[in-house]
Design a protein around this ligand. Sequence first.
Ligand code: SF4
Length: 205
Amino acid sequence: MSRQYLVKEMFGPTLQGEGAHAGSPCVFLRFAACNLSCDWCDTDFAPDGATRCTADEIVKTLIELDRNRARMVVVTGGEPTLQWDAPLSEALHAAGFRIHMESNGTRALDGPVDWLTVSPKPQFHPASISLVGGLPVSELKVVIDDTVDETTLDGYTKRYRCAHYFVQPCMTAEYDRYLARTLALVHARPSWRLSLQLHKILGVP
Ligand code: SF4
């Protein structure tokens, strides 16, 4: 019997809102469940309302959603590495999708992707969970709240060698303060660029 994945939602066509591919048309595959519980998490990844799907069912739904045939799927969660594996990666590649994954960086990748965004949240890790070294990181995206400073960014730059480093203000009630802090960090560490959550600003789902 084929493996089933617990999928919270699939939707599109929409736009990738963040990072180096902001503005790119895509479809989204959101898995249920996460291994962290960040205070400011704004994503509903609870298993309630999630659906069990095989790889074939996921691919079929994403092809139907991808009406503009952009063939880029953003795989997220929750934490997508909890369920990601080689058979699903192969099925999506066979259908022509480029796979862009967004992970918190605390788990190894059990199947290939074409673009890996790591967005670490160590301030919310239990002692038993730490960041994984050696991941094939394409871009690093750090959400800025009061806990992140220049030293934090320097630590990540040393840990992860990649082409793109982004800082992104946390979109909570403290947004104005976090945005000012983010802009100050960009000027203090120019190898880091500003990422905004374009989809939220535009009201795109
Ligand atoms: S790692 Fe991401 S999805 Fe998981 S709780 Fe934190 S912000 Fe939410």
